[in-house]
Write a protein that binds this ligand. Structure first.
Ligand code: SF4
Length: 456
């Protein structure tokens, strides 16, 4: 969502004759678009502000702005703690940024805007997208669920959806720009509702847009999965067979304290139903370890769900109090930090085994992969994504981001698969051999061409 918001901000500022620089050297202002969902997101911003303070102390005249959820949540407290900050604006204030910047520049006074809107969806702004493999489209903003640990309802306000026609028009523009994949975004994306249209109606209309080959969405809430939506996903191959289904905890009492509105059994039932309607689905999840009052017995329920459901991957985090949330007001943060750490480590260990086991099932299969970016380990290779959202590393001389290529999987790790584009196996062998030699690492490569089928 922040990437999408940054695209909106770029568009708003460009329309007011602001230009963007490649680095800080020529910049008159730097704007940090922030997240408040976990403490480490805050810490990263504080470190960045330290760097910017050093820059200002060395005489660089630059306006420092903090935008987004951290700005909205901490407000004046952020400015008080960080004198380097000149401008603070929340997620509903981006249209005011040109005026705020002008005012800070002209008066030297700090600028603030924390107003939350019941209506702002930025549906009249065309985001300035970075060309690539995927286009984000926020279909709604805010959230009404008030999970007790979560800051989003206070930083992004009440839930409001854009009109279906407005979204579909944006997807037509995206297709005309050359994007083949869209990801529909919302804090609670599957509760989308505008007039008589629900999320399934929107999905169907988006999939009808010519040129769009893949449709993803994130993040859904387990409470909003009517069978109609699952059928729509099952019946149209444009919908990626991947659902990110946040579990958060396995114990009923913890789920109740979190206000997640489902029980452990209801979560199991939903997973069964999803897998019955879409057997090839890949499921990923979010888990919070050490939420207020979580006992060893509660934690054992989370472990039980992880082992029984066997998610393809999971984001597992320690609970950290977020200012202004219901949990801060109602429940003591009473699980010791070392217990939280042990629980996170244990869940990660379980998940690593499950992910590896599930990824190994993909060896020998052919997938259509969207090319995303050069692999970080070896920039001669590409990183792409299957429609199950599994990351695949492969070599393809002629590929570029956004292309669709067919890759046969020949290696599986915990987080990434490795494969060979059907018509380029020998070149891929050479590239990999060169890479492993230079990195003093060993590798086994399964060559899956019709002619050899050997191990090198
Ligand atoms: S549904 Fe998601 S965004 Fe909304 S309150 Fe719960 S965790 Fe936060």
């Amino acid at each position: 969502m922040n990437e999408y918001d940054s695209e909106l901000i770029r568009s708003i500022l460009r329309s007011h004759q602001h230009e963007f620089t490649d680095g800080l050297a020529n910049a008159e202002a730097v704007l940090l678009n922030t997240c408040a969902i976990r403490e480490n997101a805050h810490q990263r911003i504080y470190h960045r502000l330290d760097d910017l303070r050093g820059l200002k102390n060395r005489g660089h005249k630059i306006i420092v702005g903090v935008l987004g959820c951290m700005a909205q949540n901490l407000r004046e407290e952020l400015a008080d703690r960080e004198p380097v900050v000149d401008l603070v604006a929340g997620p509903d204030s981006y249209k005011r940024l040109p005026q705020l910047l002008a005012s800070v520049r002209e008066t030297g006074d700090r600028g603030f805007d924390f107003s939350l809107s019941e209506f702002e969806t930025y549906s009249d702004i065309a985001p300035q997208r970075v060309p690539g493999s995927n286009a984000w489209v926020a279909i709604m903003r805010g959230c009404d669920n008030f999970c007790t640990f979560c800051v989003v309802p206070y930083t992004r306000g009440r839930e409001r959806s854009r009109s279906l026609e407005n979204i579909v028009n944006e997807v037509h523009r995206i297709a005309a720009e050359g994007f083949k994949q869209v990801t529909l975004l919302g804090q609670n994306v599957n509760s989308y509702c505008h007039e008589q249209n629900d999320f399934a109606d929107l999905m169907q209309r988006v999939a009808e847009v010519p040129g769009i080959r893949r449709v993803r969405f994130t993040s859904p809430h387990p409470k909003d999965f009517p069978r109609k939506l699952l059928r729509v996903m099952a019946e149209n191959e444009k919908f990626c067979k991947h659902i990110h289904l946040p579990l958060q905890a396995g114990s009923n009492s913890v789920l109740e304290r979190m206000n997640r509105t489902y029980t452990k059994q209801e979560f199991f039932d939903l997973v069964d139903e999803i897998r019955a309607v879409i057997p090839e689905i890949s499921l990923t999840t979010d888990v919070i370890a050490g939420f207020c009052g979580e006992t060893d017995e509660d934690f054992a329920h989370t472990v039980d769900v992880m082992q029984k459901v066997e998610f393809d991957s999971a984001f597992i985090f320690k609970y950290s109090e977020r200012k202004n949330t219901i949990a801060v007001r109602k429940f003591p943060d009473d699980v010791p930090d070392e217990v939280k750490t042990q629980r996170v480590m244990y869940l990660n260990e379980i998940q690593r085994e499950i992910s590896l086991r599930r990824n190994r099932l993909e060896i020998g299969k052919m997938f259509e992969v969207v090319v995303e970016e050069p692999s970080k380990k070896n920039p001669q290779e590409w990183l792409g994504r299957t429609d199950h959202s599994k990351r695949v590393v492969f070599f393809d001389e002629s590929a570029k981001p956004g292309d669709f290529v067919k890759v046969r999987i020949n290696e599986a790790g915990t987080n990434t698969l490795r494969g060979i584009v059907e018509d380029q196996p020998l070149r891929a062998l050479r590239v990999l051999a060169n890479f492993t030699e230079n990195n003093s690492a060993c590798s086994t490569l399964y060559c899956t061409t019709q002619t050899c089928n050997t191990i090198s």
